[in-house]
Design a protein. Structure first.
Length: 126
């Protein structure tokens, strides 16, 4: 971070690298990704007037960049994180992870949700 003293306060600029942890929106596997964010904000000296009630302020001799960092990270967050761009997702029938089992398929009519019904039909036919 670079801190420059200006008339109203301290102008902070810098960059931060954060480590994100989430869940793939398709296959629900854990996803970890690095995110680089640019930070810049003006920290007003105590007592300085501002139109912005949320304006960041110098507190004592300290500057708290955490809220700034959090805001920037939230802005940059992907809406639907993916473990990889071509994630195959989950099997809609049994929930198997199709990335691990690309040839995964179900024989026609073997959907477990229908098996009870199939048994019933067999009973009727007998
Ligand atoms: Zn995935
Ligand atoms: Zn399946």
């Amino acid at each position: 971070m670079l801190f420059e003293s200006v008339v109203e306060g301290v102008w902070a600029t810098g960059a931060a690298e954060v480590q994100l942890r989430g869940e793939c929106s398709r296959c629900l596997e854990d996803v970890e990704a690095g995110l680089a964010v640019e930070l810049q904000d003006l920290y007003l000296y105590p007592g300085k007037e501002s139109d912005d009630e949320q304006a960041a302020r110098v507190e004592g001799d300290l500057i708290d960049i955490e809220p700034l960092l959090r805001d920037q990270v939230v802005l940059e967050l992907p809406f639907a994180p993916l473990c990889r761009p071509d994630c195959a997702g989950l099997c809609p029938q049994c929930g198997a992870n199709l990335n691990r089992d690309p040839d995964h398929s179900h024989p026609a009519g073997a959907d477990p949700r229908w098996s009870a019904l199939a048994g019933l039909i067999e009973d009727i036919e007998e």
